[in-house]
Design a binder for this molecule. Structure first.
Ligand code: IVH
Length: 663
């Protein structure tokens, strides 16, 4: 047995060394086969002697552990963030403040890549990884060790026994992100908009096999205990952690004075596209630790460092075509069809053009060379045309005047064009998709692709048809991709939707102006759909949140004979028309309060917490203002929390919120 234990230790040490050579140094000294043989031997021993298996064994680094939730970790020292600056002047300002505070004429800075990923803390005790934790709110993060150890370049054992902590960034290299998005596209799953979301999403997976499959990487840029080790400069601390086996970013540079920093920024603004990972800026840190205390800290950020953020990345592509989509309300949206280009972390092939005026203002012609970027780093938008690149072969733009689907004449209302044909297929498909969607009737398994297919086959022409789909069992089973199981699941989801509370049905009906939030307010006020048929505009107008446009829209909807017939058909199918949600409890501390949620809520998701609060009679809004009564702050709460504190608004932790829920 002791021999086996020794052998496990021997193999572990070898595999760790090979991991280091391969993943950190990019310089393997053994063949894949040799590595695999050792791994197989270790798996074999661990299978027969589970007591010899450590959670940090090399065999565990391919993932396998499945958690139900992440444990909380209190950071030993607050995990700070950085203040942002956006241009050269602000970078120089930072330098001036630093020099003035220190009374020196020039300062040495370390300039580094600002990696677009997820901040991570690695804590080591007795030479062994103790935990890996996310930043959370800076004070309390989440223990994500099982996912983080799948990043093989991270050392799980270290030649230093003294406790210490290293911080850095877990990120998804461009190649991994592209691969992931290609796979997601094939599976019809929504694409990840950028590297940061991709990294954060992967690290939050409860199944570490998924995290392991995502091709994540890590760079380590901050040694928390540097001074305990007698280190006096940030640059030295990076060399030191490198010597312990941590992967540090090679692009860093010591800059003597701010002009060298600016040159570095300009250099990397150009080099950015050639890097194998996404960066969103440059981090500038005072190098000498002896200045840190004197420079000090704000509540969330050190004053000895700053993040220069790149302006949104702009890329050039070609406008190949303008195509139109027809929404549920008949709204026509022009969309740019682009030569696919990579921008801010993902490949973009479409961009919304909003409406005719937008296209005319930009002066777009089909065939134009254009500049695009992502607004808020997510939504692709057209910035401008490069008129100087025109060849004369561009086609002038003209807004369509007929619906691209049904051919009926479009009607212009304000800036938008609408297809007003209520029988338009595109509108009907969109209405059905909306009816089944999560916010509405929540029919799992009836997403856009299924609706479209059933519509085209004639199984589904209007909403009541959903409840008659069971009559098409054989025809559906004959379709590609359907089995008895998936058919039965769909039927069960459809049956289940019959018991939804009124607000879900109201949302699903897609009455103009009525979103899911308003539907809930109204369902509480008029808890039976039958009542709605007799509501007068005046009565509706007496409600606080209802204006004339909405009142009119509701009135017209329920007085349209075709709609009345459709509702009768739904009732006949057994669809519930009554509000089943909780009645407002006026004694609840949340009743009639305006509440803002911020940060990550860990027990209930944002959506669930909103529903719970609304059911208690609260109004949940997104922005903090003087009329906010309570701010509920989860982990990683940011500017909204700050604003609440500034305005003197009551702030509640997630725990306090949970405790008061049943009061
Ligand atoms: S230093 C007190 N260095 O950017 C030191 N941060 O906007 C705090 N980041 O929270 C961090 N690359 O998640 C530092 N080379 C780098 C970085 C970096 C990316 C992230 C990190 C931080 C955020 C601040």
């Amino acid at each position: 047995m002791d021999d086996l234990k020794k052998r496990v230790e021997e193999i572990t040490a070898l595999l760790e060394k090979y991991n280091y050579e391969y993943y950190v140094k990019d310089n393997p000294t053994v063949s894949d086969a040799e590595y695999d043989n050792l791994m197989d031997e270790l798996i074999h021993i661990e299978t027969n002697h589970p007591e010899l298996k450590s959670p940090f064994s090399p065999t565990q680094r391919v993932g396998g552990q499945v958690l139900t939730s992440f444990e909380k970790v209190k950071h030993k020292r607050m995990m700070l963030s950085l203040a942002d600056v956006f241009n050269e002047d602000e970078v120089r300002d930072f330098d001036r403040k630093v020099r003035e505070a220190l009374g020196v004429t020039s300062v040495d800075y370390m300039a580094e890549m600002k990696i677009d990923g997820l901040a991570m803390s690695l804590d080591y005790v007795n030479g062994q990884l103790n935990y890996a934790a996310t930043r959370g709110d800076g004070n309390i993060g989440e223990n994500v060790t099982s996912n983080v150890i799948t990043v093989k370049s991270i050392p799980v054992r270290i030649k230093v026994n003294q406790p210490f902590e290293v911080r850095g960034e877990i990120f998804m290299p461009k190649k991994s992100l592209e691969k992931l998005n290609t796979e997601r596209k094939l599976k019809n799953e929504p694409l990840l908009a950028n590297a940061r979301n991709a990294a954060a999403g992967s690290i939050r997976q409860l199944d570490s096999k998924i995290a392991a499959s995502r091709g994540l990487e890590g760079y380590w840029y901050y040694f928390v205990n540097a001074t305990d080790f007698g280190i006096t400069k940030h640059s030295e601390s990076l060399k030191f952690i490198e010597s312990l086996g941590f992967k540090t970013n090679p692009e860093r540079r010591i800059c003597h004075g701010i002009e060298e920093v600016i040159a570095y920024i300009n250099e990397y603004t150009k080099k950015r596209p050639t890097l194998t990972y996404d960066i969103d800026g440059i981090v500038i840190k005072v190098d000498d630790f002896k200045y840190y205390e004197k420079l000090g800290y704000t509540a969330k950020t050190p004053k000895w460092a700053i993040a220069y953020k790149f302006p949104p990345e702009e890329v050039v592509t070609k406008l190949r075509d303008i195509i139109y989509t027809v929404g549920r309300t008949g709204k026509i949206t022009p969309n740019a069809v682009l030569d696919p280009v990579r921008v801010a972390g993902s490949v973009v092939g479409r961009a919304t053009l909003h409406n005719e005026d937008f296209v005319l203002e930009k002066g777009l012609k089909i065939g134009d060379t254009i500049v695009i970027r992502k607004a808020g780093d997510i939504i692709p938008e057209v910035v401008r045309v490069l008129k100087e690149r025109r060849t004369g072969n561009e086609t002038p733009y003209r807004m369509i005047d007929k619906c691209p689907i049904c051919g009926s004449a479009l009607k212009k209302i304000d800036a938008m064009h609408y297809c007003v044909n209520p029988k338009c297929e595109a509108r009907n498909i969109e209405s059905l998709i909306h009816f089944a969607s999560r916010d509405a009737m929540e029919i799992d398994g009836m997403g856009p692709a299924v609706v479209e297919e059933f519509f085209n086959l004639g199984f589904l022409r209007n909403i009541p048809d959903i409840y008659k789909l069971k009559n098409h069992e054989q025809a559906i089973l004959d379709l590609e991709g359907w089995s008895h199981k998936s058919f039965n699941n769909l039927m069960a989801a459809i049956e289940k939707s019959k018991n939804n509370s009124l607000e879900k049905l109201l949302t699903g009906l897609g009455i103009n102006e009525i979103g899911s939030k308003m539907a809930r307010t109204l369902a509480r006020r008029y808890p039976d759909l039958e009542m709605w048929k007799n509501l007068e505009v005046m009565e509706l107008l007496s409600l606080a949140d209802v204006g004339p446009v909405m009142a009119d829209s509701i009135y017209k909807f329920f007085h349209d004979p075709e709609i009345v017939a459709m509702l009768d058909a739904l009732k006949l199918e057994g669809v519930n028309f009554k509000y089943l949600g909780p009645q407002i409890n006026l004694n609840s501390p949340f009743a009639n309060k305006t509440i803002v949620l911020t940060g990550t809520l860990t027990k209930y998701g944002r959506k669930e917490a909103t529903t719970l609060l609304e059911n208690l009679g609260a109004k949940v809004t997104s922005a903090v203002s003087k009329s906010t009564d309570i701010v509920i702050a989860g982990v990683e709460a940011g500017s909204k929390l700050e604003k609440a504190q500034k305005l003197g608004i009551k702030v509640m932790s997630e725990d306090e919120f949970i405790a008061l829920l049943n009061k």
